[in-house]
Design a protein around this ligand. Structure first.
Ligand SMILES: N[C@@H](CCC(=O)N[C@@H](CS)C(=O)NCC(=O)O)C(=O)O
Length: 207
């Protein structure tokens, strides 16, 4: 049941907002979603999205007090802190917590943003070429990290896995092969099986 004061996630199906959607499912929090037409900056219900989130991109999470939180990495940590029983992050303030932050920033700035030009029709060969090279070195680093661990943070699922899964799922969409990185391929297959991921993808109309 969704009431007036539940959180609301603004998203575009399959976008980086899906990481937040997966985390909300993992945390078993009560929330609703609304899709955004990013070109028109209109929500599904016809609201002006720029009035809700002036940066104009997703994700944006409306909190139960009505405040709007943006930036995927921050929202993911917020959700982890809201539902400590779900253990989606190490104890706040611990060294491991900052290692999680480090991984979230890496996924955001080094992986996510290097996929961006492949979604922009006018990005051009130069930007795409640089991004492709960046992705190769950074995907290799993440592949290495997952050699002996099932999850970004080791043996336990965290919000970083929701984000990494979402970003890696774009490889197929933009025709970037992950064949050179078998641990990443196995990671994607493993995370895709989680109920939270299945539910989020279903709700976004991706299944
Ligand atoms: N810095 C933002 C970037 C979010 C972002 O890149 N969102 C994309 C979808 S994955 C988007 O909404 N793009 C549309 C636009 O920039 O107009 C974050 O980390 O949350």
């Amino acid at each position: 049941m969704n009431g007036d004061n539940d959180m609301k996630l603004y998203l575009k199906p399959g976008s980086c907002a899906m990481a937040v959607h997966i985390a909300l499912e993992e945390a078993e929090l009560t929330y609703e979603i609304e899709k955004v037409d990013l070109a028109a900056k209109k929500t599904e219900r016809g609201e002006d999205y720029l009035a809700i989130s002036p940066n104009g991109y997703v994700p944006a999470l409306v909190l139960d007090d009505g405040e709007v939180m943006t930036e995927a990495a921050a929202i993911l940590l917020y959700i982890a802190n809201l539902a400590p029983e779900a253990e989606l992050a190490p104890a706040p303030g611990s060294k491991a917590y900052f290692e999680l932050l480090s991984q979230l920033v890496f996924i955001s700035t080094e992986l996510h943003k290097n996929f961006s030009p492949f979604f922009k029709p006018n990005s051009g060969d130069t930007w795409r070429g640089i991004a492709q090279k960046n992705l190769e070195t950074r995907l290799s680093l993440m592949n290495e990290r997952l050699t002996s661990n099932d999850y970004v943070m080791g043996e336990r699922f965290s919000v970083a896995d929701a984000y990494l899964f979402t970003v890696l799922s774009w490889a197929q969409v933009v025709d970037i092969s992950l064949d050179a990185w078998p641990h990443l391929q196995r990671f994607v297959a493993r995370i895709a099986e989680r109920d939270s991921v299945q539910r989020a993808m279903q709700a976004e109309g991706l299944k």
